[in-house]
Design a protein around this ligand. Structure first.
Ligand code: NAD
Length: 489
């Protein structure tokens, strides 16, 4: 039996003991996960430094802080999320108990990506634990130091059988994907997402696919371009552009292109100094394969800012490309690196058309003072999310479902959405074996009148609340008539 098979088998056996059902157990595991992050902060930061050249401060801000918030929220809200959820009834079920009961799915496979190796791997785990599942955790082999630290350290805090960490590359992931799971939560590229979905289909396993793509950023010529460019510079170049929700390219009118270039240039200098290569918060491209891929995307485009690189260190400077067209090489795939192409359009109409001619993105960014323009972009496009006048921050709002649509993914998570995504929302209806007379209208009808009533009740979905309100109004009207008759005549 392979290592992967063994891990899944053990996780399933443990899940079947029912240990994860009591909420106290889940809260205990979530507290252990929180303790892991607090006590192992330094190990986590060291691993990320070695994988991506990120500073300790950067790791705290973009990996552990959000994770801690999600864990604390789950601990605080678990009883509420896991409680039965009463639903509106119809006339046939008016005296019954009708509710939705969230229940664990079973064994979840979590496949993480390398760009934020802790956040994108452990945030789904928070949802899996809260929902009462077992979870097999497969960190990305590309961020190998983080994967090793996760494999060595996490079992010291969490139940080893219920939440095993399985490391390895493509072969190991494929071996895992042959096993039967109750849900697969995948973060990574759309290409591999399709393979994951294909493997899941063999067992009819549901999937959440957190994918990427090219997220556009429209800058309206009448907005505060200085502030807009400051926020775009931050959102684009953090983690060297290796962020799934980074603005991939800018759309703006030709009249503001040079201003946008100048503002971004100024901000790069302010954020990363004159020499980003030696600045500790800038980081590196994850490996040589990705370095070569990103460098080749510049071919055929005009460099307006940056452009220098050092292959031996996987360093690429924050770079702005101007006069790019939809046909340029850099527009053929998600950049996932520190290149920001600017494409000129005649206005918001053309920007919307440009966006709609391409795959649905993970996020659309719009910078404008004009609320109507923002609402128009919302109404006339589709994407996982839309953020106006800032970058990335929608990720931090736990109440917003985080996920893609179409080519950028399916399913969502964060906060309660993670809990729901990894639960089965079971419909429960509890009747009593009484009042059979009322039910007789459901059975083969003896008269046309009965059939008419049954159809009315079953198909029209009578609004019970409205009926109650109408009955109350009728009673009040009757009472008023009685009072008038009895006392006022
Ligand atoms: P990656 O190379 O780390 O792959 C992700 C996982 O897939 C790894 O665990 C890897 O082992 C596995 N894998 C790779 N090839 C496989 C194959 N042929 N068969 C089975 N498993 C395989 O990550 P990546 O794909 O380079 O990640 C970058 C992409 O992820 C970008 O498109 C980015 O936008 C996206 N991303 C999305 C989110 C999100 O939340 N939506 C977050 C981070 C990254």
């Amino acid at each position: 039996m392979s290592r992967e098979q063994l891990a899944v088998q053990r996780a399933r056996k443990s899940f079947q003991t029912g240990n994860t059902k009591p909420l106290e157990y889940r809260i205990h595991q979530l507290n252990s996960l929180l303790r892991f992050i607090t006590e192992r902060r330094r190990d986590i930061a060291d691993a990320v430094k070695r994988d991506l050249g990120k500073s300790e401060h950067g790791t705290e801000l973009f990996e552990t802080l959000g994770l801690e918030g999600e864990i604390k929220l789950a601990i605080e809200k678990l009883a509420e999320w896991a409680a039965p959820r009463p639903v509106e009834k119809n006339l046939l079920t008016i005296s019954d108990e009708v509710y939705v009961q969230p229940e664990p799915l079973g064994v979840v496979l979590i496949i993480g990506a390398w760009n934020y190796p802790w956040a994108v791997t452990l945030q789904p785990l928070v949802g899996a634990i809260a929902a009462g599942n077992a979870a097999v955790i497969k960190p990305s082999e590309v961020s190998s130091h983080s994967a090793k630290a996760m494999e060595d350290l996490l079992p010291q805090y969490l139940d080893k059988d219920l939440y095993p960490v399985v490391t390895g590359g493509v072969a190991e992931t494929q071996e895992l994907l042959k096993q039967r799971f109750d849900h697969i939560f995948y973060t990574g590229s759309s290409t591999v997402g399709k393979l994951v979905m294909e493997a899941a289909a063999r067992h009819l396993t549901p999937v959440t696919l957190e994918l990427g793509g090219k997220s556009p950023c429209y800058i309206d010529k009448n907005c505060d371009i200085t502030v807009a460019c400051r926020r775009v510079t931050w959102g684009k170049f953090v983690n060297c552009g290796q962020t799934c929700i980074a603005p991939d390219y800018v759309l703006c009118e030709p009249s503001i292109q040079s201003r946008v270039v100048e503002e971004i240039k100024k901000n790069i200098k302010e954020f990363y100094t004159d020499n980003p290569k030696t600045f500790e918060d800038y980081g590196r491209i994850v490996n040589q394969r990705h370095f070569k891929r990103v460098m080749s995307l510049m071919e055929g485009s005009t460099v307006a800012v940056g452009g220098d690189s050092d292959e031996s260190q996987c360093y690429i400077a924050p770079t702005v490309l101007k006069d790019v067209t939809g046909e340029s090489k850099v527009m053929k795939e998600e950049i996932f690196g520190p290149l920001l192409p600017i494409i000129t359009v005649s206005g918001v109409d053309e920007a919307i058309q440009f966006i709609n001619e391409r795959e649905k993105p993970l996020v659309i960014y719009v910078f404008s003072h004009n609320k109507k323009l923002i609402k128009r972009v919302i109404a006339e496009t589709s994407s996982g999310a839309l953020l106006a006048n800032d970058c990335l921050v929608h990720f931090t709002v736990s109440a917003l479902p985080f996920g893609g649509v179409g080519n950028s993914g399916m399913g969502c998570y964060h906060g309660r959405h993670s809990f729901d995504q990894l639960s089965h929302l079971r419909s429960c209806l509890i009747k009593q074996l009484k009042m059979e007379g009322v039910n007789s209208m459901r059975y083969p009808p003896h008269t046309a009148k009965k059939l008419g009533w049954a159809r009315f009740l079953l198909l029209k979905q009578v609004n019970v609340c409205r009926l109650r309100r109408m009955a109350l109004l009728a009673m009040l009207a009757g009472l008023a008539a009685f009072v008038v008759q009895r006392f006022l005549r």
